[in-house]
Every structure is written in C-alpha cells, then in structure tokens.
Ligand binder design. Sequence first.
Ligand code: PBG
Length: 329
Amino acid sequence: MSHSQFPYSRPRRLRASENIRRMVSEHSLSANDFIAPLFVMEGEKGKEEITSMPGQFRFTLDLLLKEIDEIQSLGIPSVLLFAKVPDDKKDNKGTEALNPDGLMQVAVRAIKKEFPDLVVMTDVAMDPYSSYGHDGIVEDGQILNDESAELLAKMAVSHAEAGADFAAPSDMMDGRIMLMREALDEMGYHNTGIMAYSAKYASSYYGPFRDALDSAPGFGDKKTYQMDPSNVTEAVKEAISDEQEGADIVMVKPGLPYLDVVRAVKESVHVPVSVYNVSGEYAMIKAAAEKGWLNEEQAMMEALIAFKRAGADLIATYFAKDAARFLRS
Ligand code: PBG
C-alpha cells in the first residue's frame, strides 16, 4: 500500500491551523485585481441608490470624484465608467455617444485631471444612448453589425480623446475590436488599450444594471448578438479572435455561472482575462444577506476567490470597495 493513501496520508493535516492553511492556500486576492464599476449621471450634488443594487449609486460628477477618491485610497487601481443618459438624448444612432462634451467625455476628463494615475476604463456601447435600448443601430427590427461597429470605434476614439486609458466595448458586434484598434491608432491613440467583452452571454443577471441605466431593450432581447449560455467552444473562439484583432484584455461575463468559461478562455489566450461579477450576482448576495440567509462578507469573498481559482486575472465587481476593505482588515 502506498503511503500517500489513508491512513498514512491525512489531508486534514494541512487544514489543522490558520497558519498551515495560509501556507498552502493556492490562490489569493488583492485590491490590484479589482475594477470598480461606476455610474455617472447629469447634474450636481446628486447620489441615487439603485434599488436592485443596495450600496451602489448613480453619482453626479462632483460626488463621483469623492467616491473615486475613496476607491483609490483603498488601493483599487481602476474604475469602469457607465453613463446614465437622459431619454431626450437617446436616438437610434447613439448620436450623443460621440458628443465631445457628453457626460462620459466630461467625466473622463475630470477624473483624469484629478486622478492621473487611476486607470480609467469606459463602457463603449450604444445601449445607454439608444432609444431602443439595444447595443447596435436598429433597422427593420434587426441590429446592424458593421454600421454599429463603426460607431463604436468612433466612440472609443472619443473616449480616448477625453483621456480614457482603456475602451471597454460591451456590445458583441463582430469585428469591432479590429475596427477600434485601427481607429485608435489612426488618431494617434497607440497607448489607449482595449478591454474586450469577448464572451458576453445573453443573461438574466444583467437585470439590476438595466435598472441602473434604464437601458432595458425596448423590443425583443439581445440573443442575436450576446451568446447562448449553453456555449463554451464559441466563447473560446470569440476570445481568440478578439486577441487577434488587438484586444489587450479579454473578458467573460457574467462571472459566477460561467467559471468554466473563464478557465477555458484563460487556457486559450495570451492576454489577461477579466471577469465581470455582474449586477445580478451582486444583488443575489445582497438580498440573501439582507434576509439574514447568508453572511455577506463570507459569501462575497468566496465568490471573488472562485474567480481567481477559475483563472481570472482581473475582476470587475460592485464589491470592489467592500472586498478591498476586508483585505485591509
Ligand atoms: C450593455 C452592458 C450591460 C452590462 C454592462 N454593459 C447590460 C446588457 O448587456 O444589457 C451589464 C453589467 C451588469 O449587469 O453588472 N452594454
């Protein structure tokens, strides 16, 4: 009998004390891993809690800067910005998205001025600007690919112009990474990166986010561009093609129900892999904790370490501040 088997081997030896557990722990989290998603809205001195995302707010720019100050002081290196666009600025072509004095552009300029070292990522997508709530231009009930991708490339340039460090396209149009890379380079923004939402699924877990931005699709669903939850080979194909088109970071989204996808993508690309711990995942833990059914802090840290175990290098999460605070304590 081998001595690497019971009763000679006793795996519990390595779990016997806090110190031993620390020594053999295979993965760890740090604030360096976190990207904090943030919602900016028009106006001044405003802060609205998002009902389905307790503890998350839409901020006017003045208060957003205060929030970012706190985020930065917790050691979180990066934020991912989303703009809440008023209905009267929405149209089918997402015209407002290219306004050099639009909310996103103004916010990026102000943030980079006050926090030059902060890594500012911007959501590049049409849905907050679209009167249809879709991620592309709509024609006869269809989402146009190439026309939308072209607009997204211009949007990335406009964000780069404002000072964004990374454009983060979340739309899932085909070929948009290549167009975006070329457009950025053409305009001299060689150093602006692209974090591509490469494997983004048509997921019910985005519900609370759509409340936050009031961006739910006005008709139909997003299944003709976002992925089928049953697919993983396709996710690998998407990630590889985004890497080849010039993505600096590829993303899998949502997170917890797709850990196998994170692993498969991690093993297939040679760029960092990020995962988006989306609004619905946040809401589930918050709601269960509010009812006293889960310990919020423990459930949060367990979810976050699961992403590292699956192979994620970076985690976009609404828990960023809470987790960074926990790691400091
Ligand atoms: C849309 C976008 C969505 C999210 C990020 N960008 C929602 C959607 O595709 O409808 C979801 C993020 C979250 O749920 O936290 N471009």
